[in-house]
Design a binder for this molecule. Structure first.
Ligand code: SF4
Ligand code: SF4
Length: 421
């Protein structure tokens, strides 16, 4: 049985524009992985692509220049360390080595060394027989993967061939939302040149690009909410990750830049830019003629699953597909689940949140149990199965902040301690 989602307002202002390379920022702050320690120190000169730290996923200099400091950044979700580099005028690349791989293990290690976040997914799905290239961007505003499919068809073909050969993939499916016609056409050309590959058009609802939904609807392998794609022998990668892997095996240049959609009602010139990792958000907004002064919300990622931040100095991370700014907090039931403002009323028990939930949860009951701190009840309601799609908040006519309540429920259950009932 297929899993269907909800239709969001289609706000894709940037889907017909080209990818623009962001001019080199004055300085970048390259985030380090939690288990990584900086291998550079303040005052040291680095070249583009040189390694800044090891750890589970190495980080590399995204510009050449002088390391100014190793700095801690605070966010609502905790803190992270970043290497701040002041860019020089000449912008020189490090002497990088083109990687070699002839089996699964050497391939996974090479991708990990590149610093690409895909390494974790490839490693987890090392036994997969199917690759899904996930070109479904169901969220409003975000068009970065759409742009990649239009720009990087040849790299995607080469990436699919490489991954299939080295990881023993028997079949590849490129999943694209049916309303992205240009991307469908581009990927059909890609699929024709790639081994055992086909394009599947999916219903453009949300969260059609979630792993669970893709495994169920595209791979045709029924999946429970507590199972992973890897357990179903499916590897899911983004088009940009597949394209990057191909380019890394051609040039040896590690993961130092990414496409990011810059949009929102305070952005005069919405665009998709290719920006160095660590570019301050304020530089992205300045480039797109964004006005930060009256902004109430900065969102990293899509409106439904992204995160709100308050500091425009925060740097672009490796997985950040969009940077959005809005003047007014948006209302749920209209645009965006992250911005419920006032006007909340009592639950009218319409059941829309439960109907919209792809994980089969009952968000209204979870919200109630959170309020009453009923741990036993919460355990039974399984908030841990939530995939964070935000659909429950979006559809609620009473404007309940259901996704937040489910997140809170997860935290309550994670905490040690007895029942608070
Ligand atoms: S959608 Fe909102 S009003 Fe309807 S049952 Fe869920 S919480 Fe209650
Ligand atoms: S409970 Fe989680 S999975 Fe279900 S609709 Fe809400 S955010 Fe999505």
């Amino acid at each position: 049985m297929k899993i269907f989602g909800i239709f969001l307002d289609r706000e894709k202002n940037t889907e017909n524009g080209l990818t623009i390379a962001l001019p080199t920022p004055e300085r970048v702050a390259v985030p380090l992985p939690k288990d990584g320690t900086a291998e550079v120190r303040a005052g040291q000169w680095v070249l583009t692509g040189s390694r800044l730290c090891g750890g589970s996923l190495p980080a590399h200099a995204s510009v050449s220049g002088k390391v100014e400091e190793i700095k801690e950044f605070d966010t609502d979700d905790g803190s992270f360390t970043a290497v701040v580099i002041k860019a020089d005028e000449n912008q020189k690349d490090a002497a990088v080595r083109v990687p070699r791989a002839d089996d699964r293990e050497s391939f996974i290690n090479a991708v990990r060394e590149s610093g690409c976040p895909a390494a974790e997914k490839i490693s987890a799905a090392a036994d997969a027989d199917m690759l899904i290239v996930n070109g479904v961007e169901s969220e409003q505003y975000v068009t970065s993967e759409n742009r990649c499919m239009l720009d990087d068809g040849k790299l995607i073909t080469a990436g699919i061939a490489l991954i299939s050969r080295l990881m023993g993939i028997e079949k590849t499916v490129i999943a694209v939302a049916s309303d992205c016609e240009e991307a469908v056409d581009a990927m059909e050309k890609t699929a024709a040149d790639a081994p055992k590959c086909e394009v599947v058009k999916v219903r453009p609802d949300h969260p059609a690009g979630a792993d669970m939904v893709l495994v169920n609807n595209v791979a045709g392998r029924p999946i429970k909410a507590n199972e992973t794609a890897a357990e179903k022998k499916v590897m899911i990668l983004l088009p940009s990750e597949v394209a990057f892997i191909a380019s890394y095996f051609e040039t040896g240049m590690p993961f130092i830049k990414r496409r990011v959609t810059v949009d929102g009602d305070l952005v005069k010139t919405p665009c998709v830019v290719e920006a160095p990792i660590g570019t301050p958000l304020k530089d992205l907004f300045a480039f797109a003629d964004g006005n930060l002064l009256p902004a109430e919300k900065l969102v990293i990622g899509g409106l439904m699953t992204g995160r709100c931040v308050t500091d425009p100095e925060l740097p672009l991370g490796k997985c950040d597909s969009a940077a959005l700014i809005f003047m007014k907090p948006l209302e749920s039931g209209g645009k965006g689940s992250l911005k419920v403002v006032g006007g909340q009323t009592n639950c009218i028990r319409c059941g829309r949140c439960a109907k919209a939930c792809p994980a089969g949860l009952m968000p209204m009951r979870i919200e109630k149990a959170v309020k009453k701190r009923k741990r036993t009840e919460l355990r039974r309601l399984r908030p841990d199965l939530c995939i964070g799609c935000g659909s429950c908040t979006y559809v609620c006519p009473a404007k309940r902040e259901l996704k937040d309540a489910v997140d809170k429920a997860k935290t309550i259950l994670d905490r040690k301690g007895g029942d608070e009932e």
